[in-house]
Design a protein around this ligand. Structure first.
Ligand code: AMP
Ligand code: ZN
Length: 136
């Protein structure tokens, strides 16, 4: 299903032009127009899923396999020194386009980007309380 008001639906399905790196039946991979580094790319499913919670298992599996393929290509063709795979869900987590996408961000020793967080210092009891709430 496509969403008429979604720009990534239009890009993924070729209605809006993009710098396409790869396309198959389920996905289009494009260059991000506001790249963190040289080669920053986005994996877009052609169907509309707002986020990871909505993504079907088979599409999720294919997305990760595609991320692996693109990561190898980027290493080979761009000579990057590392790669971040980032996927934001919800405004609080930094999502700005509400069509599922995975960021592939090639990293270079001198790229000047900081992608990370301040590590916390939880007590053992806090970790255990959280573990009990999530464990499955
Ligand atoms: P997020 O913050 O995870 O939702 O990421 C959205 C990303 O989409 C950002 O990195 C934007 O630079 C990128 N972006 C937004 N519009 C376009 C577009 N039309 N073509 C390519 N990338 C886009
Ligand atoms: Zn969409």
């Amino acid at each position: 299903m496509k969403n008429e008001n979604c720009i990534f639906c239009k890009i993924a399905n070729g209605e809006i032009p993009s710098k396409t790196l790869y396309e198959d039946d389920l996905f289009r991979v494009i260059l991000d127009l506001g790249p963190a580094t040289k080669g920053h790319a986005l994996i877009l499913p052609k169907e509309h899923f707002a986020n990871l919670y909505e993504l079907p298992d088979d599409t999720a599996a294919r997305a990760m396999i595609l991320a692996k393929k693109m990561a190898a290509l980027m290493k080979d063709r761009l000579g990057c020194d590392g790669l971040n795979v980032i996927q934001n869900n919800g405004e609080t987590a930094g999502q700005t386009v509400f069509h599922f996408h995975m960021h592939l961000i090639p990293r270079y020793e001198d790229d000047g980007q900081k992608i990370g967080w301040e590590p916390g210092k939880p007590k053992e009891e806090e970790l255990e309380e959280i573990r009990k709430r999530i464990v499955c």
